[in-house]
Design a protein around this ligand. Structure first.
Ligand code: PHE
Length: 444
């Protein structure tokens, strides 16, 4: 396809799966999932999360990939091509803004992983550390303005270096080898954590569901987290779908991405909570949770310092394959729509993003706020609009035909149509209406 090759495309189906999984798997799984689950009571949150993934997010993932592949364009252009002379491209624009804003806080947390990597390399995780020492170590990185800002800048620069060189050279290669290694390491850490004395309490926290704990705030948190974790609602998957050629089979690829992402989030829970309870920590500790808990696992491992270094290096790479997709959405907008050069756009956008990242690097509360507004609500609203677009404007039939073009039609296509047209939009609207207080009697 001429259009495809001019814009760059994935070299293989496996390359696409790994890149999309690379976008999905990142700090959302290892950092954000455990602390939001911890703040929302554990098992109840996880149950709602899993339901959201299957019933709402997976259908939205198919919708985004279909839009991308049918249009072969990045989000704004994609909507313009499928619905010419309509306001729908604004949904793409919302995605570009959301991606930019998410990158601005995500890069700060990613910078912390580099800080931890640096410490691991100089052997700081080899010896025993009390809980208080671990908290102090976290504060020394996240609470030191110069360190935090410098690490953010470093991480954004790494992201820009990959995005600048385009889809295949950069994105595909980074995902291919390193993600499987990361998975193996995570399984090892989960096993160690679950066999610590006192770990069973953590497992109880993860799996013993108390239905009375399911409040509206748990549902909003879980739904938003599910969109965040699967990179949905802002066009990252539209963009990656656009680099996929028409004759690839979509459904299996999308299933694998969602399954891998969910498995890794659950694994992160299995690493964090048993160790947390074994050490007597508080699950609602917020964004520092993972950074504070992990050192206590490393020092209980033989060669803990080596594991620590490997872990933070791989976590940084997992974060990198996610920041790449965030930056790629913004950059490809200017490249595709405005005709700017990739190189110049990449550096310009990266610098602007750095400026927006500074307040998050300085104040944890600003980071939290950005994570809720953009990482949760903006994605949820974006996903709602994407469902409405596919269900009521572009058409379920057209989307199903696009998916089937690769030779593998979507299983349960009719059910999918009903979800995209009715169930998902209604569920999201009811949840958001509850939050803004339009439904009387629903308590946040
Ligand atoms: N899904 C990524 C993660 O879990 C974050 C992300 C969100 C990436 C939205 C792209 C778009 O780390």
């Amino acid at each position: 396809m001429a259009a495809t090759s001019k814009r760059g495309a994935f070299g293989s189906r496996l390359g696409f799966i790994l890149a999309a999984a690379g976008s999905a798997i990142g700090l959302g799984n290892i950092w954000r999932f455990p602390y939001t689950a911890g703040q929302h009571g554990g098992a109840a949150f996880i149950l709602v999360y899993l339901i959201c993934v299957v019933v709402i997010c997976l259908p939205v993932l198919f919708a985004e990939l279909a839009i991308g592949r049918a249009s072969q364009m990045s989000p704004v252009g994609a909507f313009a091509r499928l619905a010419p002379r309509s306001p729908w491209p604004l949904v793409g624009a919302l995605g570009v803004i959301t991606g930019f804003a998410i990158l601005a806080f995500y890069a700060v947390v990613a910078g912390w992983t580099l800080g931890y990597l640096g410490r691991a390399l100089v052997g700081r995780f080899a010896g025993a550390m009390t809980h208080d020492q671990s908290v102090a170590a976290f504060d020394a990185i996240s609470g030191a303005p110069v360190v935090s800002i410098a690490l953010t800048a470093l991480f954004l620069t790494l992201t820009a270096l990959v995005v600048r060189s385009g889809v295949q050279g950069g994105i595909e290669m980074a995902s291919k080898i390193l993600m499987p290694v990361f998975f193996v390491l995570l399984v090892g850490l989960a096993v160690r954590s679950m066999t610590l004395p006192g770990a069973s309490e953590g497992l109880r926290f993860l799996f013993h569901v108390d239905l009375s704990k399911i409040t509206l705030s748990v549902v909003v948190g879980a739904l938003g987290q599910a969109f965040f974790s699967l990179s949905l609602g802002m066009g990252a998957m539209i963009t990656y779908g656009s680099y996929l050629s028409h004759d690839e089979r979509l459904p299996g690829a999308a299933f694998s991405v969602a399954a891998a992402d969910t498995a890794i989030a659950l694994l992160a829970g299995l690493i964090i909570f048993p160790a947390l309870f074994a050490a007597g920590g508080d699950p609602s500790g917020g964004p520092g949770l993972v950074f504070v808990v992990l050192p206590s696992i490393f020092h209980q491992l033989p060669l803990g310092g080596v594991f620590a270094a490997a872990f933070y290096a791989l976590l940084a790479i997992a974060a990198l394959t996610s920041t790449i997709s965030l930056l790629e959405v913004v950059v490809s907008y200017f490249v595709d729509e405005k005709g700017w050069s990739r190189e110049r756009t990449t550096w310009l956008v990266t610098f602007a993003c750095f400026l927006l990242a500074v307040p998050s690097a300085l104040w944890g509360s600003f980071l939290d706020w950005q994570s809720v507004i953009f990482g949760n609500y903006a994605l949820t609203i974006g996903a709602l609009l994407i469902c409405l677009f596919v269900g009521w404007k572009w058409g379920v039939g057209s989307a199903l035909a696009e998916i089937a073009r690769g030779g593998a039609p979507l299983p349960l296509g009719r059910v999918w149509g009903l979800i995209v047209r009715f169930l998902a939009p209604l569920a999201i609207i009811v949840i958001l209406a509850g939050v803004v207080g339009l439904i009387p009697g629903v308590e946040f």
